[in-house]
Design a protein around this ligand. Sequence first.
Ligand SMILES: [Zn+2]
Length: 76
Amino acid sequence: MLTCKELTEVITDYLEGRLTLGRRLSFRLHVMICRPCRAYLRQMRLTIGALGAPPAEPVPPEVLEEMLRRFRHWQR
Ligand SMILES: [Zn+2]
């Protein structure tokens, strides 16, 4: 069983589907019996939903370059 502290540490992994099945189950179990964590999970979902995804990071110039290169390639 997860503790409340552990839950807050893995919550983003849970929301992004990165937890193993066992971890996910104990996460859900904890959320079922723990009201504050349920509220916290709902809040996190709303936050992530509002942002559309994890916060966007600026694209590094070399990645942008690579994307542009591929894009030009497709056009030929
Ligand atoms: Zn809890």
